[in-house]
Design a protein around this ligand. Structure first.
Ligand SMILES: Cc1ncc(COP(=O)(O)O)c(C=O)c1O
Length: 387
């Protein structure tokens, strides 16, 4: 059976050029970048080149990039690192109700340890309000952490406006850009960002590697202690092959941003058009074009049930998701949809996320939408008959 992968927001296939790069390094360049002999120097130059490529992709300096084990560690590092370093200036942090658990659970941990956290509400499109943020800011606020684009519904936050607002405030500004990086262009100086998290496996790189951008001068405590790697900010021998693979994925992502934006927007249109042509009842969760990540399409299908939908989609060879990959196993109601529509909304039980990426074709999207329409009709019919 032909399988169609529409779950790129959960993780993405590794690009063949990334595989080639990693295999060649695993085969040849096993040196430790901290060693002074030629083996070490070779590994060091691979590491330096990767760091330069990644830094320039967001307008950062070489020494403002710290490699981590992925997006989760990058978020933890930024939030816990600022909380600890800035505790004498205040213990108030502002975030939103729709962050990834890597941010939310880290904030909840700090809350249990004496910090005050404001979780900003979002509107029905999933956007925070700048006025709410202004009202929440106080002289004790040390960090504002608001995600760039949401992993479940795709909504993009007003990052530039937040950066402007915080220009003359002591609070540092962190964004979790794990879903947005690679499909959106971003420059940390134009956006006035102090910290930014990225993960390689969302952009056709390997799993278990990411980075956190830390603006020069930012007060931040290390989380992992040991050797002097990563400019003394994160100890441990560097994962050279994954870092080089990550940089290769970044290079590819960089030159194809506009093309991807156009292609994925077209996929969205084709998908929704097919549902309309088939008279499927559906509602979009989040925004369609401006204000939404191009690769994420979250749809509510009234009269269906998310578990039955996912099982039937899987049987039809279509890989989609109920939202965050981390909660997919248990299919708990999505905290993002709760924040957007309230805890009693039907959408909590009938929404599916489709996310596009490498190798998807128009034919696949048409086929998938067709199958989705068939399944929705079957499920709504049998649910109606049961009532
Ligand atoms: C918005 C967002 N932040 C953080 C993460 C965690 O990244 P990683 O899987 O690299 O730990 C994810 C992964 O789903 C994500 O979508």
């Amino acid at each position: 059976m032909e399988r169609i992968y529409l779950d790129h927001a959960a993780t993405s296939p590794v690009h063949p050029k990334v595989v080639d790069k990693m295999v060649s390094i695993l085969n040849q360049d096993f040196g430790n970048p901290s060693s002074i002999h030629s083996f070490g120097r070779e590994a060091r130059s691979i590491l330096d080149e990767a760091r330069s490529i990644i830094a320039s992709s967001i307008g950062a300096h070489f020494n403002e990039i710290v490699f981590t084990s992925g997006g989760t560690e990058a978020d933890n590092f930024a939030i816990l690192g600022i909380a600890e370093a800035m505790s004498e200036k205040g213990k108030h942090i502002i975030t939103s109700k729709i962050e990834h658990h890597a941010v939310l659970h880290t904030c909840e941990y700090l809350e249990k340890n004496g910090y005050e956290i404001t979780y900003l509400d979002v509107n029905e499109n999933g956007q925070i309000s700048i006025d709410d943020l202004k009202a929440a800011l106080s002289e004790n606020t040390i960090l504002v952490t608001i995600m760039f684009g949401n992993n479940e519904v795709g909504t993009i936050q007003p990052i530039k406006e937040i950066g402007q607002l915080l220009k003359n405030h002591q609070a540092y500004f962190h964004t979790d850009a794990v879903q947005a990086y690679g499909v959106m262009k971003m420059n940390v100086n134009e956006l006035n960002l102090d910290l930014l998290s990225v993960s390689a496996h969302k952009i056709n790189g390997p799993k278990g590697i990411g980075f956190v951008y830390i603006r020069t001068g930012t007060k931040l405590m290390s989380r992992i202690h040991g050797g002097e790697q990563e400019l003394k900010r994160r100890a441990g021998t560097e994962n050279i092959s994954s870092i080089a693979g990550f940089a290769e994925a970044v290079k590819i992502a960089q030159y194809s941003v506009e093309q991807k934006q156009e292609q994925y927007q077209q996929f969205k249109k084709i998908f929704l058009e097919e549902l309309k042509n088939q008279n499927v009842d559906f509602q979009l969760n989040g925004l369609l074009e401006k204000g939404s990540l191009p690769h994420v399409l979250n749809i509510s299908f009234p009269g269906t049930d998310v578990e039955a939908m996912l099982v039937n989609l899987d049987l039809a060879g279509i890989a989609a998701s109920s939202g965050s990959a981390c909660t997919a196993g248990s299919i708990e109601p999505s905290h993002v949809l709760v924040a957007m529509f309230g805890k009693d909304s039907e959408r909590l039980r009938n929404s599916i996320r489709f996310s596009f990426g490498l190798n998807n074709t128009i034919e696949e999207i048409e086929k998938a939408a067709n199958k989705v329409a068939e399944i929705v009709k079957r499920l709504t019919m049998s649910n109606r008959n049961r009532r």
